[in-house]
Design a protein around this ligand. Structure first.
Ligand code: XMP
Length: 547
């Protein structure tokens, strides 16, 4: 399949580049910018990402120089453009200030007579989106027209370094209003450098630029469809596992459920085992929904283990968030190993997980350079998973997909919309939403309050507009009145954020009327809650979860 390879130098927006290109229907792979190059036979173009580093310091990573001789079109974005320019003999220096946010860029083709027809043609193809008469639909349909009317546009920049001397062969093709090179194009090769970020939605015409690169320059075919993905992955699962049993560890979340649906579509139902631990820290009715969802999809061997008491016993007295996480993670592994052993599967069985592409990126598992461990999945590091990984007996059928792609796949496989669109939920569950010590009583209060909150959001048509919403039970009680009586109830915090991937998040701007009404329903129904607050912290500096 035609692929765009993205070399990641650590920019916050590397994943966004991948997303945008995939939205155009072209498959992308992200790899560390300074890693060994993979087989390039299906790679039609390489994009060099931005970076928080400077090219002139030792921390500024450099790509394998073979990208400059592989005959593959290159697009450098921000640091990526500076990297190309430096690698090929140009200079980059600190600006002294920063160009940040919306910055107007003016394209000005150098005088035509100076340039070979190939250069004119290449720039015309690349900047086709800037021909006002050529809408995106025409680019996608391959009806590319020459750029006759280059225009100014508002780009999105974030850089403190600039190109001060262009490498031999590069031509400046656009400049920011502050007077710095914003677009460079090579005279002899299909190499482009942009100082701005076309992948950011605030960048005017950004998608057209990416589309022009991917289709016009790299000549990619838009082959990345979910149907195609299912076919390829199903074939490879089938080939890999043969008739060995497959055990899928189900968390209750979207990802593992979609992985389950895919396995059931690919393999005979009798071959697939599911294991789900009900830790007692799940959302209301979650266990029932997981069980009924999988059964509906044809699951035959569903091993659902009730272990609430074990978890609550282990958590007794623990208040520190890290201690709580460790207790849960360790116990999860212990119970999982004990219960898997009870299944008496042959040693040749395969272990399946609902790992997503972003999980690989976040845990630094060979994708990208960003070793930002945000989620500590119990499963990623468990000895059981490690052993299976070392034996080559692990399958992660979603590991090339982003979350919304996994959701789309779930829809295609006939999964319930409510399950597919469910907000993310952390592995340690309600334990990190009950601040301080976790007790059965507090779990019950939080579960009830959270369920009301979520039901109210759905009823008001707000649930799908929010990335993640949940309630948090604080270790604080406060005085109130109920009828004529004094009431001493728990304080509950509500959280709702919008986000693309959970890495950064903004507060969901409720209408005040909505949040007041929701709070009233909660305090009227859950008597133990006396007061409700709304958390207005974005990430950063706060995280999405409270612990
Ligand atoms: P934070 O709180 O770090 O969360 O801003 C980012 C996203 O990750 C989820 N999260 C977890 N997921 N195990 C998980 O599987 C965990 O330990 C964990 N902690 C946080 C969180 O719900 C949010 O979607």
């Amino acid at each position: 399949m035609d692929t765009i390879l993205i070399l990641d130098f650590g920019s916050q927006t590397t994943e966004l580049i991948g997303r945008r290109v995939r939205d155009l229907g072209v498959y992308t792979e992200i790899m560390p910018g300074d890693g060994a190059l993979p087989d390039l036979s299906s790679v039609r173009g390489i994009i060099l990402s931005g970076s928080p580093e400077s090219v002139y310091t030792s921390r500024g990573a450099a790509p394998d120089k073979r990208i400059y001789t592989a005959g593959i079109p290159l697009l450098g974005i921000c640091y990526g453009a500076q990297r190309m320019n430096t690698d090929l003999g140009g200079a980059v220096e600190a600006l002294g200030t920063q160009e940040y946010g919306a910055v107007t860029v003016r394209l000005y083709p150098p005088a035509e007579a100076e340039h070979a027809a190939a250069f004119r043609e290449r720039t015309a193809v690349f900047f086709v989106g800037f021909d006002r008469t050529a809408p995106l639909a025409d680019i996608l349909a391959g009806k590319i027209r020459p750029n006759e009317d280059p225009v100014s546009f508002v780009s999105w920049m974030s850089h403190g370094d600039t190109l001060t001397r262009l490498a031999p062969g590069f031509r400046e093709y656009g400049r920011s209003v502050s007077g710095f090179p914003a677009v460079i194009v090579h005279e002899d090769y299909p190499w482009f450098g942009l100082q701005f970020h076309p992948e950011v939605t605030h960048c005017q015409r950004g998608l057209e630029i990416l589309a022009a690169f991917v289709f016009g320059v790299c000549k990619c075919a838009p082959e990345w469809t979910m149907e195609q993905y299912v076919e390829t992955v199903s074939r490879s699962i089938y080939r890999k596992v043969g008739d060995n049993p497959v055990l899928l560890l189900i968390s209750g979340g979207v990802d593992s459920s979609v992985a389950g649906a895919l396995l059931l579509k690919t393999l005979p139902e009798a071959q697939v085992h599911f294991m789900y631990l009900d830790t007692g820290l799940m959302r209301k009715d979650e266990t029932l929904e997981v069980e009924s969802g999988l059964t509906r999809l044809g699951a035959r061997h569903l091993h659902s283990i009730r272990c609430e008491e074990e978890f609550l016993d282990a958590l007794r007295g623990a208040e520190d968030p890290e201690v709580k996480r460790k207790i849960i993670g360790d116990l999860f592994i212990t119970i999982q190993e004990r219960e898997v052993a009870k299944l008496r599967l042959p040693p040749t069985y395969f272990l399946a997980q609902g790992t997503l592409y972003t999980d690989l990126i976040e845990s630094g598992k060979g994708v990208g350079t960003k070793a930002r461990l945000i989620k500590s999945h119990h499963n990623v590091g468990s000895p059981l998973v490690q052993a299976k990984r070392e034996a080559g007996r692990i399958i992660e059928p979603l590991d090339r997909l982003y979350k919304d792609e996994a959701r789309r796949l779930g829809g295609m496989l006939g999964m319930d919309r409510a399950v597919i669109n469910r907000h993310p939920f952390p592995g340690p569950g309600l334990a990190v939403r009950i601040i301080g010590e976790v007790t059965k009583e507090k779990c019950a209060i939080l579960r009830e309050a959270d369920a009301i909150y979520i039901a109210e959001l759905k009823r008001r048509g707000l649930y799908d507009k929010i990335w993640q919403a949940f309630a948090v039970l604080l270790p604080v009680r406060s005085v109130g009145v109920a009828g004529d009586l004094r009431k001493y109830g728990w304080v509950l915090a509500l959280r709702a954020v919008v986000s693309a991937d959970g890495m950064t998040a903004d507060v969901y701007p409720f209408l005040m009327g909505d949040i007041i009404e929701i709070a009233t329903v909660i305090t009227n129904t859950v008597k133990a809650v006396g007061r409700v607050t709304y958390d207005v912290s974005s990430k950063p500096p706060a995280t999405i979860e409270w612990e």
